[in-house]
Design a protein around this ligand. Structure first.
Ligand SMILES: Nc1ncnc2c1ncn2[C@@H]1O[C@H](COP(=O)(O)OP(=O)(O)O)[C@@H](O)[C@H]1O
Ligand SMILES: [Mg+2]
Length: 222
């Protein structure tokens, strides 16, 4: 079974004066063990599709299924907290927490004892190829590439296999972009994550297994 699938999804933004059809009959599915890209021009609907996948809102029509259950049937707050790890263009680490504390945070929310959370956080940070010297650094003391790695380690600290990334390389130079994409691909291939990356950076697509093109609210497999 797919970890995530969309069936005939429609979504519009609107008020009484005008409506924008952001997604028009989108169907697709995503499997564990693969890394996907959704590419397309600005305004084509990429962030909208990701926000429905992340349970930030429900489709107007159609369904988003997580492991076979429609998000309509779920408590969306619980879905987001438990099953969706998000990676953002601007990293969104907690500025007043160290790298280690950022990664411990989701495990402490799950009720793990601080000692155990710390031990696992250290393993997660090492597994994204960061040295121990970053453990006690605040985000402001790290490069963009290092911050994005910590954000990925924090995603690994959640008890899920679904990672959704909105322009994860948008603030990185080309070398760091390539390295971050390679790391995300490795998580899919070696640790059975389903990784979905929204991007307009065509230069990072060589590590991706499946590319979808978003065009005027419709999704086409390349
Ligand atoms: N909050 C909003 N209110 C009204 N229209 C919106 C809103 N957010 C996005 N849109 C419109 O929906 C369409 C898709 O937007 P979006 O999903 O953000 O595209 P992308 O991420 O590909 O740039 C665009 O036409 C955009 O202007
Ligand atoms: Mg966007």
């Amino acid at each position: 079974m797919s970890i995530l699938s969309l069936q005939s999804v429609r979504y519009s933004y609107g008020n009484k004066y005008q409506t924008v059809e952001a997604l028009r009959d989108v169907s697709c599915s995503f499997e564990q063990g693969l890394i996907y890209a959704i590419v397309g021009k600005s305004g084509s609907g990429k962030s909208t599709i990701l926000s429905l996948m992340a349970g930030l809102d429900l489709p107007d029509e159609g369904d988003v299924f997580y492991r076979g259950t429609s998000t309509r049937m779920m408590d969306l707050d619980a879905y987001r907290r438990k099953h969706v790890a998000m990676i953002y263009q601007n990293f969104r680490l907690f500025p007043l927490l160290t790298a280690l504390e950022n990664v411990m945070y989701p495990m402490e929310l799950q009720g793990l004892r601080p000692r155990e959370a710390k031990k696992r956080a250290e393993e997660h940070i090492r597994s994204v190829d960061l040295p121990e010297t970053v453990f006690n650094r605040f985000p402001s003391m790290m490069s963009g590439g290092e911050q994005q790695r910590v954000a990925i380690a924090r995603a690994l600290a959640m008890d899920t296999r679904l990672i959704l990334a909105d322009e994860p390389t948008g603030n990185l130079d080309s070398t760091n972009s390539r390295n971050i994409m390679a790391l995300l691909a490795r998580l899919a291939h070696e640790r059975s994550y389903c990784v979905v990356v929204v991007t307009h950076d065509m230069s990072v697509l060589d590590v991706v297994d499946v590319t979808y093109q978003m065009r005027d609210g419709r999704l086409v497999k390349e």
